[in-house]
Design a protein around this ligand. Structure first.
Ligand code: GLA
Length: 363
């Protein structure tokens, strides 16, 4: 049986020559969904982990490249060494919870620990490791997953969905919704690694990054926030004016040492609850631009510090140190243990409702 998911086999729902639409490829319960728009932008998403496996976008000369890191086969996603979470939805709590525990309504919950003594990205079988139910809508695809009460230690049956749409403005719109039958915590995000030169290129240190944030959350050696909200001013963490990522990477800075580079959470300068610009990424040679917009209060910028050349990507090239970066919209790590920070608690009768947009362009 052919387990490759990166080539289309059928065009089950819309005809292949439809400029805007969704195509579906079948591999048992794991399928690949392809979104296309009128500008030759093509996005592949699988219901395994609700994972974006490829994003093909033009550069300023119109040349198409795949700017998302990922694997060639389903097996690689399932058996991924070191678990990089390429393109997946991570949760029930994306990012870390200290010592894998938190107290909610006087009850202590103990979660799976999978990052030293801490909990990371939902635990051993997080949302990146499960098969989601897929539903094809007009020009979007909706993935749903019911996380059971007790799964990875979390309370409450959580009915979660993420809907991916592709607009003719070259935007991938991700809309997350969830309800629960017991008080719980939720913090889901997408974990796509970008390299705007094209996946397989060496480093993202030449990319120019803007983060719309005046403060970040310093961490301890285990990457758990200390509780301080620190001004980015006069630190390597100041991306309020667009800056080459590599510029301050070698600064003598304890935070950069702990993160092995950038692996931190920025508290966004927000106006209100609308979808607002969180970050802008620009790669000067190709001219490709990515803007990240969100309703979320914070952003994890992870600079691909754990990539070390051992993972071989979909085009056969090894992913080297810092050859991809993540811009993960979310609430700050360890918020369940930080009652003074924006809450991640979801209660019965409430609706979790967040939107994040990856908007591509050139300049
Ligand atoms: C995140 C974390 C990183 C690392 C990667 C996965 O984004 O912030 O520390 O765990 O996921 O390698």
């Amino acid at each position: 049986m052919d387990h490759r998911i990166l080539s289309l086999v059928t065009c089950a729902l819309l005809t292949c020559n439809t400029a805007v639409g969704v195509e579906v490829s079948d591999f048992d319960s794991i399928k690949l969904y392809t979104l296309k728009n009128q500008n030759e932008m093509v996005v592949d998403i699988t219901n395994y982990g609700a994972t974006i496996t490829s994003i093909r976008v033009p550069d300023r000369a119109g040349n198409i490249a795949d700017v998302a890191l990922g694997y060639r086969s389903v097996e690689s996603y399932i058996n991924a060494i070191d678990r990089p979470y390429f393109g997946s939805v991570v949760g029930r709590y994306g990012n870390r919870i200290a010592k894998g525990s938190f107290i909610l309504d006087n009850n202590k919950y103990t979660l799976a620990t999978n990052d030293g003594q801490n909990h990371l990205h939902g635990g051993k079988m997080g949302f990146d490791k499960v098969v989601w139910k897929a539903e094809v809508l007009e020009d979007s695809v909706k993935f749903s997953y019911l996380a059971r009460d007790g799964e990875e230690g979390y309370p409450g049956n959580l009915a979660l969905s993420v809907t991916y749409s592709l607009t003719d403005d070259n935007e991938i719109v991700m809309h997350y919704e969830a309800t629960t039958d017991k008080p719980t915590v939720v913090n889901v995000t997408n974990h796509t690694y970008f390299n705007l030169s094209g996946e397989g290129a060496t480093t993202i240190n030449d990319h120019v990054l803007h983060i719309n944030a005046s403060k970040f959350t310093p961490v301890d050696a285990g990457l758990i926030p200390t509780g301080e909200l620190r001004d980015v001013a006069e630190t390597p963490f100041d991306f309020r004016t667009p800056k080459e990522i590599g510029r301050d990477l070698d600064a003598h800075d304890t935070q950069l040492k702990y993160g092995l580079g950038y692996d931190h959470n920025w508290v966004l300068d927000r106006i209100d609850d609308a979808v607002e610009l969180a970050a802008m990424l620009y790669e000067p040679n190709s001219g490709r631009v990515l803007e990240v917009l969100t309703t979320e209060p914070a952003l994890q910028f992870y600079g691909g510090n754990f990539l070390d050349g051992r993972l071989v990507g979909k085009s056969g090239k090894a992913y080297q140190h810092r050859s991809g970066l993540c811009l993960e919209t979310q609430h700050s790590p360890d918020s369940p243990n930080r009652p003074e920070w924006p809450s991640t608690v979801l209660r019965p009768g409430e609706k979790y409702n967040t939107t994040t947009v990856y908007r591509f362009g050139v300049k």
